[in-house]
Design a protein around this ligand. Structure first.
Ligand code: C5P
Length: 221
């Protein structure tokens, strides 16, 4: 049924983005970063969305749009006609996204946008609920995991590499808090789909994980 979809779910800092991007390129299909959708919405609407009624929230979303566009050999995500950029890649935006992502009406609206994108094009879709809720029929579903300390170290290296000044301890606390929030929320908590291929990346480097993902995709293709 429909387009070929690969889902990659997992907690913060596990390497989903890097791997999803590489896998999409390898398979020659589009890459959808759903965390970027929550982050851009959170930065735009602020924590105040939590106070809106369901009706007000639905009204708000009628004015919003998301689009995935191919530019050269990259895929860019647009929010309300504007390309989403590096401004969403901060710890603060991640925290705010996680708060906004608890709201069922927000999830429903973004999941609808995500399904529409999946109806247009084959995808590697990355997030928290891609396999469990948005694309449960996807033929390949991955769930990546790693110890919080390993993920905090990776995120620390990534952020300091980009020149952002963050303390390792703060990142670790942020990761633990965000995990807690994402795994225990009532609406679509972070969890593997029952058919997901679970990969613990704590002891593997990106290359090792990538090869494993490719291998599983070949079995299905
Ligand atoms: O993946 P990323 O760290 O960019 O996601 C930011 C936050 O957005 C997550 O902590 C999570 O709360 C939320 N999110 C979600 N469902 C998704 C993707 C992201 O709830 N599919």
């Amino acid at each position: 049924k429909g387009n070929f979809i690969v889902t990659i779910d997992g907690p913060a800092g596990v390497g989903k983005s890097t791997l999803a991007k590489r896998l999409a390129k390898h398979l020659g299909i589009a890459y959808l970063d759903t965390g970027a959708m929550y982050r851009s919405l959170a930065l735009h609407a602020g924590a105040g969305v939590a106070d809106l009624s369901d009706a007000e929230m639905r009204e708000m979303f009628t004015a919003y749009s998301y689009a995935l566009k191919k530019e050269d050999d990259q895929y860019a995500l647009y929010f309300n006609g504007k390309k989403i950029g590096e401004e969403i890649r901060t710890e603060k935006a991640g925290r705010l996204a996680s708060v906004v992502a608890k709201i069922p009406e927000v999830r429903k609206a973004l999941q609808k946008f995500q399904r529409e994108i999946g109806e247009e094009t084959a995808l590697v879709a990355e997030g928290r609920d891609m396999g469990t809720v948005v694309f449960p029929y996807a033929p390949v579903k991955f769930f990546l995991d790693a110890r919080p300390e390993v993920r905090a170290k990776r995120r620390y290296d990534e952020l300091t590499g980009k020149g952002q000044q963050e303390k390792y301890e703060d990142i670790l606390q942020n990761i633990i808090a965000r995990d807690e929030q994402d795994r225990n929320r009532a609406a679509d908590p972070l969890a593997p789909h029952e058919n997901a291929i679970i990969v613990d990346t704590s002891e593997l480097d990106i290359e090792g994980v990538f090869q494993e993902l490719v291998r599983h995709c070949q079995i299905v293709a």
